[in-house]
Design a protein. Structure first.
Length: 249
């Protein structure tokens, strides 16, 4: 299986297809396995590289981490992209992966052609919202189907993965809260997508619209139907939207 080692962290990635690179980034608590069907589809049009974020899926675990997990993940993935000669690429992330995608797109060492950011929390993660997210997850993992799903994504230590991720999110919310220092420095075109009634993120469309208002070179698309995340519950429309957006000059 393909791995890249950065700062003693083995980062798993799934590569498939040919052409312009498309970097795919999953949500916090997930892994690239949750994007399996999308990797297969987009590999018909792009050279897809789907990473497992540090501490997730088949990537190495990170212990006692305190800091900005999303910025750290972007730093690790950026190092891998440079070494793999994949610095000229499209980037697509969903939820927490979208936040990592923003950090990558802001990095001056990379040439982000287009950023697609789906179903994310907007500009900040306040402490009360982080606690609410962890309460949602605690209820979810009591359901046997989701326990089996998380084990499929991460393996036998899935509970430790989720505990570590919860700690990262709560620490960030209490010590930093705001995701980005300055989005105005983002130069690439951006496609922002959200659900008008996201079952996981309160006021998701409103939060993403605030980001849209800050970015003159962005496009906002809202989906009226489906469950979180939009890219998976509206696959057919979403795929066409992404392919059209990335190919348009």
């Amino acid at each position: 299986m393909p791995y890249f080692t950065v700062k003693n962290i083995r980062l798993f990635y799934n590569e498939r297809g040919k052409g312009v690179p498309l970097i795919m980034l999953h949500d916090n608590g997930g892994s690239s396995k949750m994007l399996k069907t999308e990797i297969r589809y987009y590999s018909k049009h792009f050279r897809v590289i789907a990473f497992d974020l540090p501490g997730h899926g088949r990537s190495d675990r990170i212990h006692d981490f305190e800091g900005d997990f999303w910025q750290y993940s972007a730093f690790i993935i950026k190092k891998a992209l440079v070494e793999l000669d994949l610095t000229d690429a499209n980037i697509m992330g969903t939820s927490g992966g979208a936040i990592v995608g923003f950090h990558l797109a802001l990095d001056q060492d990379l040439n982000c052609r287009a950023l697609i950011a789906d179903s994310f929390e907007g500009l900040a993660l306040p402490p009360e919202r982080a606690k609410q997210k962890m309460e949602q997850r605690s209820r979810t993992i009591k359901i046997n189907f989701f326990r089996m799903f998380f084990q499929y994504l991460h393996g036998k230590d899935w509970q430790e993965v989720l505990r570590s991720d919860a700690s990262n999110q709560l620490h960030f919310a209490e010590h930093k809260t705001v995701w980005f220092d300055s989005l105005e420095e983002l130069n690439c075109k951006v496609l922002l997508t959200a659900l008008t009634n996201d079952n996981m993120i309160p006021r998701a469309a409103e939060k993403v619209k605030l980001v849209h208002d800050l970015l003159p070179n962005s496009r906002l698309h809202l989906f009226d139907k489906g469950k979180h995340p939009a890219m998976l519950s509206n696959k057919k429309k979403y795929r066409k939207l992404v392919c059209d957006f990335c190919c348009k000059q």
